[in-house]
Write a protein of this length. Structure first.
Length: 133
């Protein structure tokens, strides 16, 4: 089993890779059998879920609409094989997105629960979007 410190480092690395602006972070950080859930929220009342492929597709979609998207970790707590992150997400719309015109800065506060396997790879990812700022 990976140590708490290894899981924390893997979570930070995942966020750093996410912020580089491509979708490679998914294949680098997630186990092939990973499960991903974004619970319903104001900005997406249906939520999202799926495996690594679904998360990669969402990442590619985000990049196309919000190429400057960025995640800032504001707090992190780890115990055993679980790391909980509080994060601020921000992105500027590069093209129209629903009722959102180009140039709009979108912001969200997110609580993320990451479960790691023995190799410090993510096997479960749950997002709770606490607010759309």
């Amino acid at each position: 089993m990976a140590t708490v410190e290894q899981n924390e480092a893997a979570a930070r690395r995942c966020i750093d890779l996410y912020n580089q602006g491509n979708s490679d972070w998914v294949d680098i950080c997630y186990s092939p059998n990973a499960q991903w859930i974004e619970h319903p929220h104001l900005g997406n009342p249906h939520g999202h879920s799926g495996g690594r492929d679904a998360l990669r597709r969402l990442s590619e979609f985000q990049i196309s609409f919000f190429p400057d998207r960025h995640m800032t970790v504001t707090d992190m707590v780890a115990q055993g094989n679980v790391v909980v992150l509080e994060q601020d997400w921000q992105g500027t719309a590069a093209k129209p997105f629903g009722d959102t015109p180009v140039g709009t800065v979108e912001k969200s506060r997110i609580a993320t629960f990451l479960t790691f396997d023995e190799n410090a790879m993510i096997v479960k990812h749950e997002d709770y979007v606490a607010s759309v700022l």
